[in-house]
Design a protein around this ligand. Sequence first.
Ligand code: PLP
Length: 390
Amino acid sequence: MEQSAQNALLLYSSALQDSQKNFGNPSSIHWAGRKARGAVETARESIAQILGVEDADSLLFTGSATESINTALKGFFFYHHAEKRRVRFISSTVEHDATLDTLRFLESLGAIVDLLPVNREGELSLDAWEQSLNRSAPNEAVLVSLLAANNETGVIFPWEKIAALAKAKGATFHLDAVQAPGKIPGFSLSAAPVDLASFSAHKIGGAKGVGLLVQKKGVKLQSLLHGGAQERKRRAGTLNVAGIVSFGAAALALQNRDLAATEKLRNYFEAEVIRRVAGAHVQGQATRRTVNTSHLLFDSVRGEGLLMSLDLEGFAVSSGSACQSGTILPSHVMLAMGFDSIASQSAIRVSLGPETTQEEMELFLNALEKVVARIRTQSAHLHQNPGQIL
Ligand code: PLP
């Protein structure tokens, strides 16, 4: 295991042991509480520094990035709705469901939602965002919410430019930055006027079940959780001290990651897939993408069979499609890119970890080549002998 990930894990287990031994709650004022609070504040400072946020007090810990996104979007709506303002959201059709489902809910409460399209490569058009911003009425409260990079294709969006456009029009800008740290070289929130940003600890090697919302000073949100003064009254509830400590350690460990090496290995993988497997397609290859993601389609191969066969070989790859009652549904991202529903059920996403080695990659390439060939032979056989069970 990569040294930095191991350090984060060690810190997490010692923080967990500490919080089991130490009854201290970070909200308590006795010595034990102060000790826990100190650990949380050290983590907050480290994360702020790594993400390029000057004021660590603008960081608020949550239970997941989904909660952070809900807090940003619903908190914005509830605050401005109470002020009797019309609320408009501008976002894209390829956002994570945490954003899209929340926006559908807010639409049902009266919000205006403008979802902007992407092209076949998964890229968006700056003009469309500018035009949408120009359509806002002067009395409207407008929130622009955008991914830093798409979680299925890895395509990086021009979020800095859209944040600047939003600022120029007086809109509030929220960045879903879950896929950014450790995957976009040089990522920093200081690069643009971002008002709100959501992150997840486990995406950078921290514990699962810890999220973060950056809420810059002056950005008004209605709190979603009431019942305590934690996180400066912005999010009630006892903090996950051990999880937050691991988040801080994982953030610091990002500084030691060699993103260029990951990108080189990913590019080698894609070139080898194209060379070895006929009818293989790498999506978004010509666009700027996160360093560790490959989004692949294979002619005449369904994603479900491919996923399960690779799983049997010991490899965990993902499909963007949701699985409901045993049926794979088409990925909303691929449908939005203009693919048909068969292709949208068939793409797989291969994500490299910071510790993935060349040897592991060779093993994976061999397995992929073998599995794709076997699936194609089986479906050709079934085509010739309909009804036969293989
Ligand atoms: N946004 C993006 C882009 C994601 O990739 C994810 C999770 O994969 C989320 C939001 C939700 O994060 P969490 O699992 O912490 O709720």
